[in-house]
Design a protein around this ligand. Sequence first.
Ligand SMILES: [Zn+2]
Length: 116
Amino acid sequence: MTTHKGGCHCGKIAYEFDGEIGTVMDCNCSLCQKRGGLLQFIPASAFRLATSRDDLGTYKFNKHSIAHHFCKHCGIAPFSEGADPKGNKMVAINVRCVDGIELHTLDVKPFDGRDR
Ligand SMILES: [Zn+2]
């Protein structure tokens, strides 16, 4: 198991998570299309926020089931929090915000989030 680090641009949001980065989602929902994130979902238990929640801005829309966090200072959106259909807490990592990631090595799959 690999431990990855990531965060926002200015450093006020930093995190670690355990897992392999494999297939990532390029979602076409109204938020992701504008924001341009590439998402990988992991169990919340594998995620550790290393910085204060006070620096997180949070945006919710549509069903308000996912908390889309962004940095109040630099505006980058490195992760979101939600739950899978069974109610298990999940974190959506924006893999663009993971340290040392080589975007061209990722397996990017389109995800049709527009109609959900
Ligand atoms: Zn920041």
